[in-house]
Write a protein that binds this ligand. Structure first.
Ligand code: DGL
Length: 272
């Protein structure tokens, strides 16, 4: 993808981060560290959450339809699909229909393959992500000599959503995710776990407790943030105030997340 010409981009043009729910905040945290002055719009498809339990056709239709509407309404300089499920299914399609540069999120299998010493990598994602051919291709390209064990953990999406709404989450949820991988043949030798859903870094501490010592976690957030910084490196940024969050669903759903969003510098909330 080519960088947009510096002159064509207005300094107040936002970067739009898109996810089904709060998962994109794990990407926003890394992005803020690199681009503190970037105007941000965070878009959550709360009406469509969770994506992981939907069909490919449904996800592709939602993501391309919503991003088309948002691109028209907010004229972002760049869109980041901060969601593995949406990216592994709809990235190509969205790039074909929008002129805006799009950065996607893909499971961090390549860095995990470089990190593992035991040769056994665990991957936690949504049910929709772990069955994608995109993941098979990453495995074949970057981890052909490793054992990659995949486990769908939809409960972790719900856990992150609850946690950020201030709702307590039972520890068993994290134990079940760890056991799901450990119980697979070779699972006892996992030393590296790919968090292939942007929601999961938000509960990484609980996951680390559940897996115990000797397991490293890796996700794509810092790589995505670097990619965005690189693509916009000749552009000016002028941030005039707090960021904006927009939801596809009712505003009161988003308002329950006000405190969590404020912690990431997002204070204006609106419905699409
Ligand atoms: N945050 C999304 C991801 O990275 C998925 C959450 C969902 O199931 O909606 O895959």
């Amino acid at each position: 993808m080519n960088r947009t010409s510096a002159r064509a981009v207005r300094p107040d043009a936002p970067i739009l981060l898109f996810d089904s729910g709060v998962g994109g905040l794990s990407v926003l945290a890394e992005l803020r560290a690199l681009l503190p002055d970037a105007p941000i719009i965070y878009a959550a498809d709360l009406a469509g959450l969770p994506y992981g339990e939907k069909s490919e056709a449904e996800i592709a239709a939602r993501v391309s339809g919503l991003l088309g509407r948002m691109a028209e309404r907010f004229a972002p300089r760049l869109i980041c699909i901060a969601c593995n499920t949406a990216s592994t299914i709809a990235l190509g399609m969205v790039r074909e229909v929008l002129n805006t540069p799009i950065v996607g999120t893909v499971p961090a299998i390549r860095p995990a393959a470089a990190l593992t010493r035991s040769g056994v990598i665990g991957l936690l994602g949504t049910a929709a992500t772990i069955r994608q051919a995109y993941v098979d291709e990453l495995e074949a390209a970057f981890a052909p000599d490793k054992l990659l064990l995949r486990h769908a953990a939809p409960e972790l999406v719900a856990a992150a959503e609850s946690r950020l709404r201030g709702i307590p989450v039972e520890r068993d949820v994290f134990r079940r995710a760890a056991e799901g991988l450990r119980a697979m043949p070779g699972g006892d030798r996992i030393d590296t776990v790919v968090l292939a859903c942007t929601h999961f870094p938000l509960v990484a501490t609980d996951l680390a407790d559940a897996f115990g010592a000797g397991v490293r976690f890796i996700d794509g957030a810092s790589g995505i943030a670097r990619r965005i910084a690189d693509l916009t490196r000749d552009q000016q940024f002028a941030r005039s105030g707090p960021g904006l969050a927009v939801t596809s669903g009712p505003l009161d759903e988003l308002e329950r997340l006000a405190e969590a969003f404020a912690a990431y510098g997002i204070e204006d909330l609106t419905a699409l």
